[in-house]
Write a protein that binds this ligand. Structure first.
Ligand SMILES: *Cc1c(COP(=O)(O)O)cnc(C)c1O
Length: 302
């Protein structure tokens, strides 16, 4: 499947700062956010195989699920437009008077939005079964969760300059599909840490394990639930302050839903010496930058 992603834009950025010397660690960031302005980062990797199958099966349209800040919805809408496939988004919650920037973009890219109550949204099988559509509809699970998503995310490590040289790989987790792909691509001596963007998402480890092959279950991975900053998409001022500070110190732009919380978590791990001296860390910048446009004007310095 041909695509128009700018793979050559992906860089490995070394973080230069006092804490690096203080704790004797090396921190690199794999900038997947530079892949594409809308389908940025992990979302393209997770979508690619679903889209491939939809095209192969000659689907009339693609349908998927997401909330008001869903980068998956924004990416799916854009990718479908790119391939000329009509798209449908089943959106959690009643239709608001003012659409979030994310949903506005999805709509602008031709996605038909269907709002369903939070209760209805919980039962996706029912929604899928009763969705009235003339023609062959191809359903992509919420957030690209599933084996096709993992298969795509498996390729992420190939973009790091010397992927096998890292002792630790850290990334943000929503559905943990990206995490599963990364775990599948690393060797047994490497540690993978996922930072959950949600509060009390206690089924996350189970969902992650479901995605992993037997061989990968033996690898060294963990999920941290401590840095959600109040919950999914919550953005208290200390988080915004941290994002501006990270931009000023390291020229690293982060998104408020996922990567800012994960990077904050990683720095805490370094300060707490959970990453031992001599450690070489790769932080996966999974993208999501379009989400920042939902913040009030002037919140960020970038
Ligand atoms: C969706 C998203 C994630 C979470 O990815 P999962 O594969 O669902 O765990 C992480 N970071 C960003 C920027 C995202 O948009």
């Amino acid at each position: 499947m041909k695509d128009s992603m700018c793979y050559e834009n992906i860089i490995t950025q070394t973080i230069v700062g006092d804490f690096v010397h203080l704790h004797n660690v090396h921190v690199d960031v794999l900038r997947l956010d530079l892949l594409h302005p809308v389908i940025s980062g992990n979302k393209w990797f997770k979508l690619a195989h679903y889209l491939g199958e939809a095209i192969e099966k000659k689907a009339t349209a693609i349908a998927t699920f997401g909330g008001a800040y869903s980068n998956h919805i924004a990416a799916a809408a854009y990718a479908c437009k790119m391939y000329g496939i009509p798209s449908i988004g089943i959106i959690r919650g009643e239709e608001p008077r003012q659409l979030s920037h994310t949903l506005e973009t999805a709509k602008h890219n031709g996605m038909q939005l269907h709002f369903v109550s939070r209760t209805e949204y919980k039962n996706k099988d029912e929604l899928q079964k009763h969705f009235n559509f003339p023609g062959a509809l191809y359903w992509i699970p919420e957030g690209g969760y599933g084996q096709h998503g993992v298969k795509g995310a498996n390729k992420i490590m190939q973009f790091a300059d010397d992927g096998s040289s890292y002792t630790h790989i850290a990334c943000a987790a929503g559905t943990a599909t990206t995490l599963a792909g990364i775990i599948g691509a690393v060797h047994h001596q490497q540690k993978v840490i996922g930072f959950s963007a949600m509060k009390n998402n206690d089924t996350l480890e189970t969902e992650l394990r479901t995605l992993l092959h037997d061989e990968d279950l033996k690898k060294d991975f963990s999920v941290c639930h401590d840095f959600h900053f109040g919950g999914y998409a919550k953005h208290p001022s200390p988080l915004i302050h941290f994002m501006n500070d990270t931009w000023q110190r390291y020229s690293l732009p982060l998104d408020f839903v996922y990567t800012a919380k994960a990077f904050y978590g990683l720095l805490q791990y370094i300060h707490q010496q959970k990453i031992p001296a001599g450690g070489k860390v790769l932080f996966i910048h999974s993208g999501g930058m379009q989400g920042n446009l939902s913040l009030p004007d002037g919140s960020l310095l970038y």
